[in-house]
Design a protein around this ligand. Structure first.
Ligand code: PRX
Length: 648
């Protein structure tokens, strides 16, 4: 696949309006940015508004580094105030909101400015201040943006929790971050079903915690919303009394700005801490050069605010670039498969950012459907989160737009706070399936287990050798885990946990994780987290979860369990275990199948060999090396067990 992939230059129609128009220019600027990263980041900093800007630009090395230490800027001021001061963008639409049920709202930059200042005053009235943590349990809504920007204005560290997470998962995040307040919507909608978010918050707050207030947005006024007197407050009530003026607080570039939990290689999710100012600096640069985003664009990023992609490319990067953005609530193909096309047509979207799963869903609904809508204004399709297979790539190019749309498959992680690999869409050629080339100021390499660079064309560990402003600064409350997770494998470099290949043209191909994390529809799930949930059930003695490749979702989780003798391995038990994972983590982590097995394949030291389980579900047999297996007699039985429990 890698060897055969053609180099496709960007079309002239796109190139002419791009920030970077030439491959040689990319190479020259890339080399210069690596030779002198401080000069590159200073150039980016020149385009932002600072409250105080001094030297130095970069200090320290991984894991203790800083960008513009002692210099001060405010993220919200750069994302909102700056565009209000500019007469061209002042009354331009910042956010279009549309829900799957057809409800629509619009907010200009000026209106956004007023709402954000009001909510910042609400936060102050609740006694919240710089450095405090708040949990945000809301879907993609205009008010969600207001709330988050207000936090950024005051230096209150926000933690968005995906509104599909269960009460248990929400509780874990609220408690472990020491959140002082929860900001939530009363409900959300998906596929016509109303999901009661406030009730989930109430369940999450049973037991000890530090939360003093819950601010509730009655997004669905007709949905009954239980309120706890003294603790719960109504968003609109608070806003109706709030003053519309609240100055932006001066914050050190390295002060924590946001906290987002992601799956790691152990059962406990990691609270990734990003520096506010550093995040702005980097995400502005990524969004400008990888999306060519400007105030002229109408742009739709379908990511949920619970995932960092929204913060990188919409909330911070997108607004810093002054774009008009669409926020969508609900399912992209509900109430009919053409729903996403309807939105693209209505707003004449020219840049669409989504996940491979969503693009593959569009492909499944067929070209004919896409052609019923006017999608001629589409110029750029961006993707992140999982491999974008060449078949989907070709379909997107052919069927969405005029046949010359530019496709940018970007690679990034919650920890990298941006996408160190992507195309420069007007300059570098595309290759269906590849993740493009390194971003300015990012030195990526592919190495073997000893840290030696591998030759082009060979797979190895993907690492980043130098510091960059959006690199995670900590794991909340666990510095030791932060260092151990990312900086001990190859001292002096950031270890991504991904394997990759660089081809002869300098394009990178990300092959997948080298750890126990799987990507389901772009949602990152720790198989160990799922295993802990299963083992916690009285019937389960041992559990192993592996990913099975799936055409639509990329990967789906499949579980293997051995059952205690006092229980019967039945379809009812399988349903119970699936329900337990849904409850502990969320429905997106629900295993496709639970296989009851008599024994697990193990090494002599007792470790479950998950590779063999993967081979059995993919090929029906273990094909690879079995010399490490403690008891090879179990294999036949295992294959039979899997066959028999395939209906569970
Ligand atoms: O394995 C890589 C995969 O997704 C992981 C990161 O997931 P998450 O932190 O949820 O991503 C947030 C995105 C800002 C990576 O370690 N991944 C991401 N992009 C790609 C990818 N795998 C292949 N191709 C990609 N384009």
């Amino acid at each position: 696949m890698i060897a055969e992939s053609p180099l496709i230059p960007p079309p002239e129609s796109y190139r002419k309006d791009s920030y970077l128009r030439d491959e040689a220019e990319y190479r020259a600027r890339y080399e210069a940015s690596i030779a002198d990263p401080a000069a590159f980041w200073s150039e980016i900093a020149d385009e932002l508004v600072w409250q105080h800007r001094g030297e130095p630009v970069i200090t320290g090395q991984m894991p203790d580094f800083q960008f513009f230490p002692g210099s001060q800027l405010n993220v919200c001021e750069n994302c909102v105030d700056r565009h209000v001061e500019n007469p061209w963008t002042r009354n331009k639409v910042a956010l279009f909101f549309e829900s799957e049920d057809g409800h629509r709202e619009t907010l200009t930059y000026l209106q956004l400015h007023q709402e954000v200042q009001k909510f910042a005053n609400v936060l102050i009235s609740l006694g919240l201040k710089k450095g405090d943590v708040v949990s945000v349990y809301m879907q993609n809504l205009i008010e969600t943006y207001v709330v988050l920007l207000a936090c950024l204005r005051l230096g209150i560290v926000y933690n968005t929790v995906f509104a599909g997470f269960s009460a248990e998962a929400l509780r874990e995040r609220i408690v472990s971050s020491g959140a002082k307040a929860v900001l939530c919507a009363n409900a959300s909608v998906r596929r016509g079903k109303i999901l009661p978010l406030k009730e989930t918050v109430d369940q999450a707050l049973v037991g000890p915690h530090d939360v003093e207030h819950v601010v509730v947005l009655r997004h669905f006024p007709d949905v009954g919303t239980p309120m706890t007197p003294g603790r719960d407050l109504d968003y609109h009530d608070l806003m109706s009394h709030a003053s519309p003026e609240c100055p932006a607080v001066a914050l050190d570039t390295n002060d924590p700005g946001l906290l987002i939990f992601t799956s790691g290689t152990s059962g406990k999710p990691k609270g990734i801490v990003h520096a506010g100012g550093g995040f702005l600096l980097g995400t502005y640069a990524f969004t400008k050069y990888q999306l060519d985003l400007s105030p002229e664009d109408v742009y739709w990023n379908t990511a949920d605010i619970g995932w960092l992609t929204s913060h990188i490319f919409v909330l911070v990067g997108g607004l810093a670039c002054g774009a008009t953005t669409i926020l969508y609530e609900g399912a992209l193909d509900y109430p009919h498969p053409g729903r996403a096309y309807e939105v693209l047509e209505r707003y004449r979207v020219n840049k669409l950012f989504s996940a491979p799963t969503a693009y593959r869903m569009m492909m499944k609904h067929g070209t004919e459907l896409a052609q019923k809508y006017d999608l001629t204004h589409l110029q750029l399709l961006i993707s992140v989160g999982e491999p974008l297979n060449p078949e989907a790539w070709q379909w997107m190019r052919r069927s969405l737009g005029k046949g010359d749309v530019v496709i940018n498959n970007t690679w990034g992680q919650t920890e990298t706070g941006g996408t160190p690999l992507a195309s420069f869409p007007g300059a570098t050629s595309m290759k269906p399936g590849s993740c493009g080339v390194p971003f300015f100021g990012h030195r990526l390499d592919i190495v073997d287990a000893d840290g030696q660079a591998v030759a082009d064309g060979n797979p190895g560990y993907l690492i980043i050798r130098n510091v960059f402003p959006t690199l995670a600064r900590d794991i909340f409350g666990d510095r030791e885990r932060y260092i151990r997770s990312y900086f001990t494998q190859l001292p002096g470099a950031y270890f991504t946990g991904d394997s990759a290949v660089r081809d002869a043209d300098g394009h990178f191909w990300v092959l997948g994780r080298v750890d126990d994390v799987i990507n389901v529809s772009g949602h990152r799930i720790s198989t160990m987290e799922m295993e802990s949930s299963l083992i916690d059930h009285g019937a389960v003695v041992e559990a192993a979860v592996v990913g099975r490749p799936d055409e639509l979702k990329g990967m789906v989780p499949v579980a293997f369990v051995t059952v205690d003798k006092s229980y019967v391995a039945s379809p009812e038990l399988a349903a119970e275990l699936k329900a337990k994972i849904t409850l502990d983590i969320g429905s997106f982590a629900r295993p496709e199948r639970i296989h009851f097995v008599t024994a697990m394949p193990k090494t002599r030291s007792g470790k479950i060999i998950r590779r063999m389980l993967r081979e059995i579900i993919q090929d029906g047999a273990v094909r690879g090396d079995i010399t490490g297996l403690e008891d090879s007699d179990i294999l036949d039985k295992l294959v039979t067990d899997v066959g028999e429990s395939s209906s569970s």
